[in-house]
Design a protein around this ligand. Structure first.
Ligand SMILES: NC(=O)C1=CN([C@@H]2O[C@H](COP(=O)(O)OP(=O)(O)OC[C@H]3O[C@@H](n4cnc5c(N)ncnc54)[C@H](OP(=O)(O)O)[C@@H]3O)[C@@H](O)[C@H]2O)C=CC1
Ligand SMILES: O=C(O)[C@@H]1CCC=N1
Length: 252
C-alpha cells in the first residue's frame, strides 16, 4: 500500500484522510502527539504519527494541510526533499510553495468540506507530470477537475472551496423563513435537507435557468418568492461573494 504523508492534522487533513484510508497507508505529521492521537481515534485506523520539528520528508508523497500563514514556520521544521507536495492551502501560489519547501514537484489542490462524505469537488493545478496522480489521489474523496492556471484555481476556491459556507447561509435563511411563517424548527430542518438532497441530484443534468423555469408557474408561489430574492439582490450578492473570495485568495 502506498503511503501518503499529511502535514497538518486539522479538519481538512481528517476529511481527506477519511477518503484515503481504505486504499493508502496514512502517516500524519503534527505539532502535538496528543492531537495526533485524537486524529487517529477520529479516523478509526492506525496511522504513523510524527512530530513536525525535524521530520524527514525525503521522497515522500505529501499532502500539505496547514494554514496559508504557517508556510514559512512549517517549512523550516522539515528536512529532506519530498517527491511531490499536494497543497490544499487557499491562495498559496506554486512559486511560494516551491520557494519555501524542498520538493521535486508541487500541485495545488482545492477540496471542499464534502471531502468528509467522499463528495468533495476538488480543483487542481500545478506540475503537469503529476496531473494523473493528483486526479487519482484526490479522486478518492470525490470529483476532480484540472485547471490550467493559478488564476482559475483562485477563482474556483470561491466557488467550490468556500461554496459550502455560502450554501449553508442560504439553507439556514430559508429554514428561518419557514419557521418565521410558523413551521416547526424540526420540520423545517428536515424539509430543507430533503430539498438540498434532491436539488443536488437535479442540478447535475439541468441548467439552473431551465430548472427555475420548470418550477415557476405563472402567477404562482415560486414567482412570488423569486421576486423577493431579486428585490434582495441575492444574484448580485452571490456574484460579489465570488469576487471577494477571489480577491482574498490573491492576498493570502
Ligand atoms: N476548511 C475548508 O473547508 C477548506 C480548507 N482548505 C485549506 O485547508 C487548510 C487547512 O484548513 P483546516 O484544516 O480547515 O484548518 P485547521 O485549523 O483545522 O487545521 C490547521 C492545521 O495547521 C496546523 N497549524 C496551525 N498553525 C501552525 C503552525 N504555526 N505551525 C505548524 N502547524 C500549524 C494545525 O495544527 P494544530 O492542530 O497543532 O493547531 C492544524 O493541524 C487551509 O490552508 C485552508 O486554506 C481548503 C479547502 C477547504
Ligand atoms: O476559507 C478559507 O480560506 C478556506 C479555503 C476554502 C474554504 N476554506
Amino acid at each position: 500500500m502506498k503511503t501518503i504523508t499529511f502535514i497538518g492534522n486539522g479538519n481538512m487533513a481528517l476529511s481527506i484522510a477519511q477518503g484515503l484510508k481504505k486504499n493508502y497507508k496514512i502517516e500524519v505529521v503534527g505539532r502535538s502527539l496528543e492531537k495526533l492521537k485524537k486524529f487517529e481515534e477520529k479516523l478509526g485506523v492506525e496511522i504513523e504519527k510524527h512530530i513536525m520539528d525535524g521530520f524527514h520528508m525525503q521522497d515522500k508523497t505529501v499532502l500539505l494541510c496547514v494554514k496559508p500563514a504557517n508556510v514559512q514556520e512549517v517549512s523550516k521544521l522539515l528536512q529532506g526533499q519530498a517527491r511531490v507536495i499536494f497543497s490544499v492551502l487557499a491562495g498559496t501560489s506554486l512559486e511560494k510553495l516551491r520557494t519555501n519547501f524542498n520538493t521535486q514537484a508541487v500541485v495545488r489542490t482545492m477540496p471542499n468540506l464534502a471531502a468528509s462524505v467522499n463528495r468533495s469537488m476538488t480543483t487542481l493545478t500545478g506540475d503537469i507530470n503529476f496531473q494523473e496522480e493528483a486526479k487519482e489521489l484526490l479522486g478518492a474523496i470525490g470529483s476532480t477537475r484540472w485547471l490550467s492556471s493559478e488564476k482559475e484555481i483562485d477563482i474556483a476556491t470561491g466557488l467550490a472551496g468556500s461554496g459550502p459556507a455560502y450554501l449553508a447561509l442560504i439553507a439556514e435563511a430559508l429554514t428561518d423563513g419557514a419557521v418565521k411563517q410558523g413551521l416547526k424548527r424540526d420540520d423545517a430542518m428536515a424539509i430543507m435537507r430533503g430539498l438540498f438532497g434532491g436539488f443536488g441530484e437535479l442540478i447535475q443534468d439541468i441548467h439552473p435557468a431551465l430548472l427555475k423555469d420548470g418550477v415557476m408557474s405563472p402567477g404562482g408561489t415560486t414567482a412570488a418568492g423569486y421576486g423577493a430574492l431579486e428585490d434582495g439582490n441575492v444574484r448580485s450578492a452571490c456574484m460579489d461573494a465570488i469576487e471577494q473570495a477571489y480577491k482574498r485568495a490573491k492576498e493570502l
